[in-house]
Design a binder for this molecule. Structure first.
Ligand SMILES: O=c1ccn([C@@H]2O[C@H](COP(=O)(O)O)[C@@H](O)[C@H]2O)c(=O)[nH]1
Length: 235
């Protein structure tokens, strides 16, 4: 498997528990995501060591600050050897452009994507923070801003994937959390899809955390999702 589509969210409280899972994984099988919990607990050294083991690492810190601060944070993240990193599209065009410019034009630069509307949010949550319209409207608006600023793609729900591919083109990368195999607990996710449906809708990469990391046998859970996807691709 040369281009693994599954990004396992390493949402663990410390390096030891994350590494216990990583020891069972192979860079050909999945990519890895390091988010706020693990990064805050274990630091940049862990990110570098995952990259040194050959894993494509998505550093999910969702930078959202003034343009200068975000640009400098992106440069620091790029120095860790990550494959992908993100900012929050709600930071606006100036911040998005500053982040993109900070990474330069080298072919080795990390991919830079922007979070649109968190997959844990529904239309009711949007009203609370003064966002009008449907989740699809908000995601399309923020993804269009991100596209115009020259970033590589967005984090969105798979429920918006078809619309975004149709509007912004096939090469605009869609990374979708809120992935739930049939019968899996939703937890705090609201805009969800199964792995097979998400790929069919146009997701490029599936971010999957608890359905794998909270499973009794995480490796088996990951393999089962792979099997489900392969059966769909090669019936
Ligand atoms: O809109 C977003 C942006 C990021 N996430 C992150 O993805 C994983 C999902 O984990 P699950 O356990 O599969 O729900 C998690 O690390 C989030 O921080 C997201 O869910 N939605």
């Amino acid at each position: 498997m040369n281009d693994p589509k599954i990004i396992v969210a390493l949402d663990y409280p410390n390096a030891d528990s994350a590494m216990a899972l990583v020891a069972q994984l192979d860079p050909q099988l999945c990519r890895l995501k390091v988010g706020k919990q693990l990064f805050t607990a274990a630091g940049p050294g862990l990110v570098e060591s995952l990259a040194n083991k050959g894993f494509a690492v998505f550093l999910d810190l969702k930078f959202h600050d003034i343009p200068t601060t975000v640009a400098l944070a992106c440069k620091a993240a790029a120095n860790l050897g990550v494959w992908m990193m993100n900012v929050h599209a709600l930071g606006g065009s100036s911040m998005l452009r500053a982040a993109r410019e900070a990474l330069g034009e080298s072919a080795q630069r990390p991919l830079l994507i922007a979070v649109t509307l968190l997959t844990s949010m529904s239309e009711t949550d949007m009203v609370e923070i003064g966002l009008t319209g449907s989740p699809q409207d908000a995601v399309l608006r923020l993804a269009s801003l991100t596209h115009a600023a020259g970033l590589d793609g967005v984090v969105c729900s798979a429920q918006e994937a078809a619309l975004l591919k149709q509007t912004l083109g096939q090469s605009f990368c869609l990374v979708t959390p809120g992935i739930r195999p049939a019968m899996a607990a939703l937890g705090d996710q609201q805009r969800v899809m199964t792995p097979v449906a998400a790929l069919a809708a146009g997701s490029d990469y599936l971010v999957i955390g608890r359905p794998i990391t909270h499973a009794a046998d995480p490796l088996k859970a990951l393999q089962n999702i792979h099997t489900e996807i392969s059966n769909e691709e090669n019936p």
